[in-house]
Design a protein around this ligand. Sequence first.
Ligand code: ADP
Ligand code: MG
Length: 565
Amino acid sequence: MAKETLGFQTEVKQLLQLMIHSLYSNKEIFLRELISNASDACDKLRFEALNDASLYGEDSELKISLSFDKEARTLTLSDNGIGMSRDEVVKNIGTIARSGTKEFFGKLSGDAQKDANLIGQFGVGFYSAFIVADKVTLTSRRAGETTATQWESAGDGEFTLEEVAKEGRGTEIVLHLKEGEDEYLSDWSLRSIIRKYSDHITLPIFMPKTAGYDDEGNITPAEGVEAVNQASALWARPKSEISDEQYTEFYKHVSHDFEAPLAWSHARVEGKQEYTELLYIPQRAPFDMHDRERRHGIKLYVRRVFIMEDAEKLLPQYLRFVRGLIDSSNLPLNVSREILQHSKDIEQIKQGCVKKVLGLLESMANSDDAAEQAKYVTFWEQFGRVMKEGVAEDFANKDRIAGLLRFASSHTDSADQNVSLAAYVGRMKEGQDKIYFITADSFAAAKNSPHLEVFRKKGIEVLLMSERVDEWMISGLTEFDGKKLQSVTKGELDLSQFENEEEKQQQEAAASELKDVLDKVKAVLGDKVKDVRVTNRLTDSPACIVVENQDMSANLERLLKSAGQ
Ligand code: ADP
Ligand code: MG
């Protein structure tokens, strides 16, 4: 097929403009991105080869190689991973903007440093090559195919495609470096970038051997290549040998996040199921957290061989923000998606990991250390809404999840969700046996509800709930610490234990005095209401609507109506 020229989609063009013109700091991250793609490509090959070992051909040692040519001003990165067919090249790095690209643009702040940090998270890693290159040539041959595709672009809106010959499968990327980017033509700086960002990559990253340097810092060439990184699975090393920086770099690699994680749990679990888990909690919710088809999650390994990335089977939905990996020692290497679906072993691993994550959150939430507590506040701000789903989703761990919940409350009247159920219980009045809450469609509506009047007067705290998920959560949470949760808008409120004799008498007197009025109101409202009662709920407002305990709350009814039900 003859050489063709194709145009990038608008979003890709914009992205390239950003790469080329706005990223001045932290340019070296392009190398991490390309190495990360090469490593992903090798993982994919391993996975496909589980069903078809012939994909390896003669070449089963997966690796990444980096070399440079000072004269030609080129940097070449190659891998013998899965490679890409022509169609895949077009799809992955061609005309079509990946789903994250649009959102990426929505998040740009104009601050180059911050914007650079967003790149990896949105799956736009490959284009970071244009931060340092004015022309990029990619040649890729898919495992099992005989011809290769060459993609070339100067990042200016177009790219060319051509069928070429390539020895062996995999992908080779040649960066033609811009004027001034000489740093990446130095053996020493390339090695230090690899060690800094890619030491945890489990494949060897080879560079030409050097015998030493002359007085001007030029390399004295030597025969052969050598691995620059440690190439051992980080999670398999003892904790004591792993620095926080290494944990952080590894997190960035597995999560495609550019920020450091908030916390992590690393443990080797022994027993019926033997596995290692390394699970991270991010600092910030990813843009696609509410998208059920999000791309990154938990990776499953079997004895250090990558099997698949599939968050759903390895952790429940309400922990979908967790990133990291599980490496099993006793699953068979040839596990398929179908087997995983019904695997008891996976179910046990999943249960174990849920406990680890909950334990990690509890240790932050209950810590005496202010820094840890602050982390929990950040966590709740970012992921509280998702955690609330757990109450209804994970019956077995409901009590632990309930302990992690945080609410706005009439105690502070602030919209900040920082009151735990335990703190509420600790402040309960003498004789109070219920945890009172109100759900409404906004914080202001909850806070100013007439239903709260009597509680305020008597100094009884009420939790103020105004998120959509709260209705769903509260339907699953009927009790905490032996105390029932009670909506202040439902049923007959019995607050008699907080009333003195005089108040009780007033109440009774009012009820008999107002009997005629009640009968009139009932007659006028007819079928629209079940009953009309005198209440001690209100102090300032004349009337309010109440539903029976077992009925849908007025707020839920509104929500369902707005959802067209
Ligand atoms: P991401 O890695 O987040 O998917 P990138 O922009 O880094 O986004 O890469 C886009 C896609 O291009 C990858 O998902 C992959 O399908 C493909 N790709 C990039 N580099 C390689 C490579 N070395 N080998 C095979 N496929 C690659
Ligand atoms: Mg990538």
